[in-house]
Design a protein around this ligand. Structure first.
Ligand code: GDP
Length: 192
């Protein structure tokens, strides 16, 4: 399915104000600055749709985009941003957990990890939590253009080992929005 028509719908701070669940939805998770907005823009081939920035933590709400009048793509607030208070972080955690567990139309969580970095404790906790709650997810290793092919492979293997240890078997996509790498694979996961 070509992702042709894409529009911003709304920003929602919590589940109770999410749009009515008209369409199946796919959400994008991961720490701030990992490349979530860039990936959404690459998927819909629309540079300015999702806000991208160098300011970590700027996207503090769930941003809803509607594609082809058929699908919602949801950019989740980036986690692990140090410069917000502990209470705020905990509230986000609760809001996101509620959303992930209770959003009936959620079909897939795409969790992004910067390919240059080892998954953080928060990433690993999130994998484990998603696995335990049997939520369908895939991991996208972002910004692949920043590493050589060999190093990309090493990161992929490292991630695979971590997931294997948790008995989690999910797709891993190596992607770069700069080189348009892995975008087709992500689209395929979404359409499947
Ligand atoms: P978000 O906070 O997760 O939504 O991250 P953004 O999409 O705003 O990206 C954060 C920064 O990383 C921006 O400066 C992007 O231009 C940059 N970025 C995102 N994806 C890539 C990529 O595939 N390659 C490179 N080199 N930079 C990227």
């Amino acid at each position: 399915m070509p992702f042709k028509k894409a529009d911003f719908v709304t920003s929602a701070p919590s589940l109770d104000v999410c749009p009515d669940p008209y369409f199946p939805e796919i959400c994008f998770a991961g720490r701030s600055n990992v490349g979530k907005s860039s990936l959404i823009n690459a998927l819909v081939d629309h540079k300015g749709l999702a806000r991208t920035s160098n300011v970590p933590g700027k996207t503090q709400q769930m941003n809803y985009y509607q594609v082809n009048d058929k699908l919602f793509l949801v950019d989740l607030p980036g986690f692990g941003y140090a410069q917000v208070s502990k209470e705020e972080r905990e509230r986000w955690g609760r809001d996101i957990r509620d959303y992930l567990l209770e959003r009936s139309t959620l079909r897939l969580v795409l969790h992004l990890v910067d390919i240059r970095h080892e998954p953080s404790d928060l990433d690993e906790e999130f994998f484990y939590w998603l696995g335990t709650n049997r939520l369908p997810f895939a991991v996208v290793l972002s910004k692949a253009d920043k590493l050589s092919y060999n190093k990309q492979k090493q990161s992929e293997m490292r991630l695979k080992r971590i997931l294997d240890e948790m008995n989690i078997e999910v797709p891993i996509v190596v992607s770069s929005t700069k080189d348009k790498k892995g975008i087709g694979e992500v689209k395929q996961l979404i359409t499947e």
